[in-house]
Design a protein around this ligand. Sequence first.
Ligand code: SF4
Length: 561
Amino acid sequence: MTIPEDNEDDINLYEVAELKQYTIDEINDILKVIVPGLYPSWRTNQLEVVQQIINSNKKYIGIQAPPGFGKSGSAIGELIASGGRGITVTQTKQLGDQYYRDFYQLGLQTVKGRGNFSCTIIPDKTAADAPCVAGMKCLFKRGGCEYYDQKRQAVDSKLVSMNIHYFLNEANYSGEFSDVDTIFIDEAQKLDSSMLSFIEVRLNYSRFSDEGKPIPKDLSINSLKEWSDSTIGTIKSELDQVLEELEQNPQNEILTVRGIRLKAAYNSLLRFEIVDETWIIEQEENNVILKPTLVGKYMEKFLFQHAKRIIFMSATLPRSIIEGFNVVDYEYINLPSTFDPEKRPVIWIPAANLAQSAKDPGVELKRLTLTVDALLNRYPDQKGIIHTVNYKIANHLMENSENTNRLRTHINAKERAEVLRDFSSNQLDNNVLVSPSFTEGVDLPYDLCRFQLICKIPYDSLANKQIKARMEIDSQWYATNAIVTMVQAYGRAMRAEDDSGITYILDSSLMNLIKRWRPVFDQVSYFLDALWIQESNPGQPSKLTSFAEFQQKNYKVNSRN
Ligand code: SF4
C-alpha cells in the first residue's frame, strides 16, 4: 500500500476496497502515517474488526461487542484508516461526551445542540429559541453566530460525533450531514425508539385552536388526514407572514415565539405525508400523538440513504434487531466477551412472579422483598443496584425493605441524574440504587457497584398502545427488547478487565424466556456462559448449578450456535 506523501487526507479506502483486501499490517501502517502515536496497543480483536469492516463489501454491518471490547476505538480507527467522511452517532449524551473525551486529540469534532449557545441577535435567548428556528434568514449564519460557527467546523471535518436526534434533524432538514461515507450507529439497540420519536407526529391542541384550526374530535386517521390537508395552507401562510415581519424586526421576541410555534406545527403537518392506516393514535392532556406501528420501513428514507455505509454497534445486538430495521443483506460480527465469566456471574433465583398475570401480586411482592433483603444482608458493606423495571416495585421496596436506610431512589426521570451523581460521589458507603431506569448508559466501575439485583424481566409496558400493537404483529421483537434490556442491565456489573461484579435475576419466568427464545439468547452467549441457577430443595442448603448442567438435566432445547 503506497501512502501519498503530501496528501494523506485524500486516502479513501472505500474507493478501492472492492479491488483489494487489506492486511492488518497495512491498516496499521496507514494509521501510523495519518495519526502517528494513535492506538499504541490495540485491545483483543479491535484491529481485526477495523480490517473486517474495511474489507467488507456490504453496505450494512452489525457488530455485537460485549462490554470491555472497546467498540468506539474500532469505530474511530476504521474511520481514520478508511479516510472517508465519517460520523459516529450515539443515542445518549453520556456516550457522545465519552467519544469526544477519548478522541478529540485525534481530530474528532463534536456538534453541540442549539441550547448550548446564545443567539447573537437576541443574546438572552439561546440559539434553540432564536428567530432562525422559525426559518428567518440570518446573516450571522455565515459568521458571528456561536452555534453556526461550531457547526461549520464540524461540517468541514471528516470525523464527527453527534447524537442521533441531531443527526436525523440535520440530515433530513438542512442536508449538511447527508452525504457521508460511513455512519457508525453506537447503542444501536436503541435506534428503533430514537427513530420512533423522530418520526412521530405530535399535535398540540391549543396551538391549532389558537390558529382557528382546532384538532377534530374524531381522532381517526382519515379524519386527522383530512383536517391536516385543510390546515397546512393556513399554517404556512401565517408562518410566511410572521417571517416577513421578523425580517423587518428580528429582535421581536413575541414574533419569534409565534414563528417557532408555527414552524413546529407546519413540520408536524408535513409529516402526514407518511402517515397511513397502520399508525397508532395516542392522547395526552395537551397533545395528540401519531406513531407508526412498525418503524423499520422508515429507516431508509430518514437514515440509511444519507451514507454509503452503515455500521450498527452495541454490546447487545441480536440479529433480529438489525432485521427489524428492514435490513436483509448485512455482515454480522459477533465478538466473544473478553471478561472472565467467573468475575461476572449471573445467578438466577426464581423468587417471584411479577407478571401482570400473577394470581396474587401482593404475595409475589412480599416474596421478592424477602429475597432482596436476604441478598442485601449478604453484601452489608458494598454498593449495588436494584433494577426494579417499574416505579411500583421501586416504591414497594422503599416502603417495605428492612434495609431502607441503604436504599437510594428517585421518584421521576428528572431526579435521576442527581441521585446518580450523589451515589457515584462516594465509593466507601454501602448505598444501593433502586431504580427502573439504570439498565443502560450508567458506568459504575469497581466499588461503585459490586452487586446487582434484577427484580423482573424488563418487558416494555403494554399500556403503551404502539408497543402493544407492534407486539401483536411481532412477538419476537417484544421478547428481544426485554432480553436486550436485561443483558444491558447485566453489563453494569463489570466495566473493565480487572473489575468484578455479581448479578442476581429474581424473576421466576427467566428459564421460560430462555427456552422460548433460545436463538436470541445464543447470540448473546456471554450472558449464558456466566449463568448459574440457585436450586433449593426443602430441608437442604441451596446449591448453584451452571446453566449448561441445568439445561442438560431439565430441558431438551434447540440451540443455534
Ligand atoms: S443564526 Fe442568527 S438568529 Fe440564529 S442563533 Fe445565530 S444569531 Fe441568532
